[in-house]
Design a protein around this ligand. Structure first.
Ligand SMILES: [Mn+2]
Length: 353
């Protein structure tokens, strides 16, 4: 499928959703949703899309006008440096659109109020729903993004030696991913040594690695717009405490069982429960303080999630992390994370070579 065919297919899928709700158009202001539709990256608040039955209209900063006209000959491009939301509202009135939807879950209070005052309709997050199921092209990009993350682990592990600081390691990780074609990190790189590994969202610091300490790395990159996410842990030194080895093995078993539990038709809640039971049965339930995993795509955290309260039923094309952990405050923590894609029958690990 060509880029244009994919784009037009997405718009058809979107139309089906808004028509079901009796709308005759849709306004898209979220820059990641805009990327999903156009495969073109705007920074936040640089563009507003207005879609109706027959037209795609893009109000975008003037600097994009020529590029957009060239890339999207079927789109009406309006160079507009200010008041893009107001321009979209005026255009909708001019076109005689009666019920234009906006994503009530994503709009800021200010633009949402403006849309409401203009008679636009609070709609569901249609694009978020579509984004939950990745197509073949998206899976291929996610596979590459996560392969880069995995290769980074293979590269960095032998370089982590006594005396290196968390910041230095984070810098090396990020440089390697950039050299492999990543455009950014998918979140702030976490490098945690010793007791810092017991904090699930430790802020990478200048702390230096000593002999016989825990190491935890949690990071990912953005490649082709899509995020990767991986966590790896090990003991640095020859005197690995028995308890560290024990919890590492429990977490690894939970990771593997969580991955194996995923399949189309399975409740995501059950995936969390399956992995969590292993940690709870081993006596560490109270030290697993977060959900098992989250969806990943254009955003690092998106639906569906593997957690204890979700109603989500897994579908082919969902991409989720499996990241059980055990954290012993003041001592060390272990989290092992893979990003996976739900296939026809099971789940494929993407964080691999
Ligand atoms: Mn994660």
């Amino acid at each position: 499928m060509s880029m244009q065919e994919r784009l037009l297919q997405k718009i058809e899928d979107l139309k089906a959703l808004w028509k079901q709700d009796g709308l005759d158009g849709l306004v898209i202001t979220d820059n990641i949703d805009q990327f999903y539709i156009l495969d073109f990256f705007f920074y936040p608040a640089e563009a507003v899309l207005l879609l109706n039955e027959t037209e795609i209209i893009c109000f975008a900063r003037q600097l994009y006008e020529e590029t957009l006209k060239e890339k999207f000959p079927f789109m009406r491009v309006v160079g507009q440096d200010k008041q893009m939301t107001a321009a979209a509202v005026a255009e909708a009135a001019k076109l005689g659109l009666k019920r234009v939807g906006f994503d009530a879950g994503k709009e800021s209070y200010m633009s949402g109020s403006l849309f409401k005052a203009a008679g636009f309709v609070e709609a569901d997050s249609y694009i978020s729903s579509l984004r939950q199921v990745k197509d073949e092209h998206e899976i291929a990009v996610l596979r590459e993004s996560n392969r880069i993350a995995y290769q980074t682990y293979e590269y960095i592990k032998p370089l982590i030696k006594t005396g290196v600081s968390e910041c230095e390691v984070a810098a090396e990780i990020e440089k390697f991913m950039r050299m492999k074609g990543a455009s950014a990190t998918s979140f702030q790189t976490i490098v945690a040594f010793g007791e810092n590994s017991a904090n699930p969202h430790h802020s990478t610091s200048s702390r230096v690695l000593k002999d016989n300490e825990a190491v935890l790395l949690d990071y990912g990159c953005v490649y082709g717009g899509y995020c990767s996410d991986i966590t790896r842990c090990w003991w640095h030194g020859d005197n690995e405490p028995e308890e560290y080895r024990k919890i590492w093995n429990i977490v690894d078993k939970a990771r593997r069982s969580g991955i194996a539990a995923q399949a189309p038709g399975v409740a995501a809640q059950k995936v969390d429960a399956t992995a969590r039971a292993i940690i709870t049965d081993a006596g560490y339930g109270e030290y697993f303080t977060h959900r098992l995993g989250h969806g990943v795509g254009l955003d690092i955290h998106e639906e569906p999630c593997n957690d204890q309260t979700t109603k989500a039923i897994l579908k082919k094309g969902n991409v989720l992390t499996i990241e059980p952990g055990i954290y012993l405050p003041g001592k060390f923590g272990v989290r092992l994370e893979d990003t996976t894609a739900v296939t026809d029958t099971q789940a494929e690990i993407l964080t691999r070579n």
